[in-house]
Structure formats: C-alpha cells, structure tokens
Ligand binder design. Structure first.
Ligand code: ZN
Length: 207
C-alpha cells in the first residue's frame, strides 16, 4: 500500500515555499511561466516524484490540441539517456479543447501535471531505440495509446496524487466549457472517475 495525499492542495499553502523550490531544482527544472500558481503546482507535483528530481525537465506554455503534453526534447537522439531533456507543454489556447490550464483549480493542476510526470518516468527508463518505438506505437496504435494513458493515470495514483487527478478528471467530464469532441475522444483513452476511485481504494492507505 502507498500513502495517498488526500488533502486538498490550495495555492496559499505553498506561496512561502516558492523560493526554496526554485533553489532546490535550479538547473534541472525550468518552469517557463510567470504564472505563480502554475509554477507552484509544478513543484508540488514534482515533490511526489523523487525519481525525477535530478532529471532535466522544462515546462512551457504553447497552443496545443490537448491540455498538456509530455515528451522528450526533440534532439533526444543526439544525447544518451542520461543527458536527455524532457518537455511538458501546457495549453494556452482554448480553440481546440474549449479550455486552457487556467480553467483548472490548483488542486487539479497538481494532478494533471502529475499525470504528465508519470509519462516522463516511463521515458527515463528507455534507451533511445526503445523510446523511438514507444513513441511510434503511441502515435500509430490506438490500443497502445490507451494502454499508455491508463498506465500514466495509475502511476499518478501510485505517486500519491489520485485525489488530485480525480478532481481534474471530474472537472473534465462535467465542465461545459470542455468541447464535446475533446471529451469524447479522451474518454476512450483515460481512466474514468469510477476507475480512479476504485484504484485509489485498492492502492492507497491513508494516514
Ligand atoms: Zn497522458
């Protein structure tokens, strides 16, 4: 059993910690935004992923057809696994999806970023050749896409961010701003709120 943090993350709890987070992760984690709550949500999620603390990750805002996306930096083939960098892109244009990250509560943002970090924990385990075939099957094979997204959701829960993930997913399913086409597409590939609750109950112990 793992410990799940079921407390509701509120940005005000973390404001005093920003400087120490920035110092702790300087040179490894670049959170390229002036948005304080996005920055803090990133660091709070990261605090649940000890295995990523020494990994080079950059977060950037960008128009995307989805809310967030994690990938190895484009030049990864020029580097060894150990020297690889990763990107988390965060959507700033609601054209495709109906929402941007700004529609998410701080608590949901932590869970959502936690899901992206779960993908990175999978990437870091793979050498370049394995990573190329992993990405190719993710792009080309819908079953593989579904398997990968389910696994990322489960890893998020295993890292103690199940209730934060659940809030983001509930928002996604219920909020009218979310475009129906985006919602329907995603339903096929991610865990449902009921599945997340079942996994939390199965995997987590509470203090
Ligand atoms: Zn994902």
């Amino acid at each position: 059993m793992i410990f799940c943090d079921t407390s509701y993350c509120d940005v005000s709890q973390y404001l005093d910690s920003l400087k120490s987070y920035e110092k702790k992760y300087a040179g490894k984690h670049e959170v390229k935004t002036d948005d304080l709550s996005l920055k803090l949500a990133y660091y709070v999620a990261l605090s649940h992923y000890p295995e990523l603390q020494q990994v080079h990750v950059k977060l950037r805002l960008k128009p995307l057809p989805t809310t967030m996306q994690a990938q190895p930096q484009w030049d990864f083939l020029l580097h060894t696994r150990k020297n690889r960098a990763y990107q988390i892109y965060v959507n700033i244009n609601e054209g495709y999806t109906g929402i941007t990250y700004k529609d998410l509560s701080f608590n949901s943002l932590v869970g959502w970023i936690g899901h992206e970090m779960a993908h990175i924990t999978e990437y870091v385990e793979k050498d370049n050749r394995e990573l190329v075939s992993f990405i190719a099957s993710y792009v080309l094979d819908k079953n593989e896409l579904r398997r990968t997204e389910h696994k990322a959701d489960k890893l998020t829960i295993q890292h103690g961010l199940g209730t934060q993930l659940l809030e983001g997913v509930n928002f996604f399913h219920r909020n009218r701003k979310v475009k129906n086409s985006y919602r329907e597409k995603n339903k096929k590939y991610y865990l449902s709120p009921e599945e997340i609750v079942a996994d939390i109950n199965q995997m987590c112990t509470q203090k």
